[in-house]
Design a protein around this ligand. Structure first.
Ligand code: SF4
Length: 351
């Protein structure tokens, strides 16, 4: 904690506040995402939604649009749901205990501990990637963290090591210290042990092999999938986008129509009378199809191999607003939507 006072990070915009809304927002954004990327999004969100009430009231499309580019979109959906539940279940005030915080959508044990320790000085341990690295090295904890029981044991050890006195000031400082140590000194590769305040107690350092920890054997099994995307424009230059289902790849984002095979995409372009998905009602067959260069998009567990067929339609599909799964969007409007990053990139470069 003494090290944190002098050497820790003090100027991040979500520090020096005990406002749970701000701390929670930053914690959700920082999951799987670098600080430098989060900074701009955090500022934008606070400007648009200065309080949890503003966020709860916002249309989902507005929230997804602002989140666009941060990735892991289930975080944005849960963020919105969580804000709504803070309003409906807790009268607009975040609950003050980690146990209650964990009942909200998108708040796991570590995020709950971060909010509760930073804002309410609760004696609970954070366990994000940085903290796991510091603690497994400090104690040369060799058990495989891909086994959940081992992670639980580490968590218990972490709780036992928390401050026991002056919790009001000690807990926020301690949580920040261990996070800062992991982010700036105990780095995944080439940790800066010479600068480390716990070097003398660190068992991994003593063993001369800090990078051996944490031990995690189970690798993510990667899969791949081929997608066929239809980039349809009308003769006013607008593009057809539809909202993806709430589950699956790019859930709840706006997207080009997606097909599992080339045949299904071509079916959608055949003259009337041939089976066509509902979102391609209209005459799509009377213009040439241009196949754009295929590209690969890498998700955490999956490689997406995307093929894109570009067509210009002579007729605008006539779908009643209440039934349509999609709509025509102009450049001015689609840029504000929540779009998968590769689709945004494609539209920016192909229209
Ligand atoms: Fe990490 Fe090195 Fe410090 Fe140990 S001494 S906690 S390995 S930076």
């Amino acid at each position: 904690m003494a090290w944190q006072k002098i050497n820790g990070r003090h100027h991040l915009p979500w520090q020096n506040t005990q406002d749970p809304y701000r701390v929670w927002l930053s914690e959700i954004m920082l999951q799987q995402t670098q600080v430098s990327t989060v900074l701009g999004y955090y500022a934008k969100f606070l400007e648009q939604f200065p309080t949890v009430a503003h966020l709860a009231q916002a249309p989902q499309d507005h929230v997804m649009g602002l989140w666009s580019g941060l990735g892991y979109y289930s975080r944005a959906r849960n963020l919105h749901l969580c804000a709504q539940q803070v309003m409906s279940r807790f009268g607009g005030q975040f609950p003050k205990t980690s146990q209650e915080l964990m009942t909200l959508p998108g708040i796991g044990r570590s995020t709950a501990a971060a909010v509760a320790s930073f804002c309410f000085s609760e004696r609970v341990a954070i366990m994000d990637g940085n903290v796991k690295r510091v603690l497994t090295r400090l104690w040369a904890y060799e058990a495989d963290l891909s086994v959940s029981q081992n992670e639980k044991t580490l968590w218990q050890m972490a709780e036992a090591a928390l401050p026991t006195r002056h919790l009001k000031t000690a807990m926020p400082r301690y949580s920040q210290a261990i996070m800062d140590l992991g982010a700036s000194v105990c780095l995944p590769r080439k940790p800066l042990c010479a600068k480390c305040p716990v070097r003398n107690e660190c068992k991994a350092y003593g063993l001369g092999e800090p990078e051996k920890f944490p031990v995690k054997t189970r690798k993510l099994k990667r899969t791949s999938e081929v997608l066929w995307l239809l980039l349809a424009q009308n003769n006013q230059g607008e593009v057809w986008l539809e909202k993806r289902p709430a589950k699956g790849i790019w859930a709840s984002l706006y997207c080009l129509p997606v097909f599992a095979t080339e045949d299904l995409l071509l079916d959608a372009l055949r003259p009337d009378g041939v089976k066509k998905p509902s979102h391609t009602k209209g005459h799509l067959s009377d213009t040439p199809i241009e196949m754009l260069a295929p590209f690969k998009h890498v998700l955490t567990h999956k490689d997406l191999h995307c093929h894109v067929a570009k067509v210009v339609l002579q007729q605008v599909p006539h779908l009643p607003a209440s039934q349509q799964a999609g709509a025509w969007w102009t450049g001015k409007d689609w840029e504000k939507l929540g779009l998968p990053q590769p689709v945004r990139h494609l539209l920016s470069n192909s229209l």
